[in-house]
Design a protein around this ligand. Sequence first.
Ligand code: ZN
Length: 297
Amino acid sequence: MDTISPNLPVPRAEVQLRLLSGGYLYLPMQFFVQGANPNEVRKVPSMSWLIEHESGQRVIFDLGIRKDIDAYPPAVYHRVQHIVKTEVVSDVVDGLTEINLSTSDIDTVIFSHLHYDHVGNPSTFGVKTNFVIGPGAKQLISEPSSYPQNPNSHYDARLLPIDRTTELPGSTDRDFWSQLGPFPEAHDYFKDGSLFIVNAPGHCPGHINLLVRAASKWVLLAGDTSHDIGILNGCCQTASYIDDATGDLKHAHYNPELAEKHRERVWLFGRLENVEVILAHDHSAYEGLRCRYGSCG
Ligand SMILES: [Zn+2]
């Protein structure tokens, strides 16, 4: 029973949650955690989640990293070759095959955001699958600012089929978004309280989280709200640094102020009873999550 979950709805339905492998990143920690050892490179997962609703609908949250990295736009390919290396032995499609599913069994893919380590390879999904992106994400993959018209862009204009892609409305649409716990903008996706999309601005345009009701608790899939559990808990801060190549001040979040506000909300939410917060790249929790959410062994 939820004794201290203020403003959360009484659960009326649940979903089944399963962790899928989205590959690994090798993160140079100095670019993510302020004051990290410049020599520390951490292998972290890029988590993908299968969500099965009692209606039979299947949703995937994030597609992880793609195996064929040379299919990324050149700017991303350069990044994964020289800055943040990747390792993908088993991708989301392999993970579905292991549980006797295929991409044609997936109704909807929801992206936490459109960074390369979360978008996988959407072209492996057929015409049955629709895609959902957060408010403001569409402009990232719109021409002419995206690749190939802009050869330096990290976002590919051909990433998603426009006729099967829905961009969620902005925060001013109060018919769509409503307050849920500490989050000012949440949307009840199945209209039964089992899956909420939570607007999570700050990391990247269109960054969203999912809050699901599974196994009698609330699980917040928090995407890239923080890149380290210590940052989420307030023990350390997101790195900012000068890019040697450009001289620009860099930060893991495009709007650090908004990202910090959302981090605080997530941290507060995670302290409630019967709530679990999962960061997409949390290496410290990964093995335990694989066992609890059905993909170990
Ligand atoms: Zn990421």
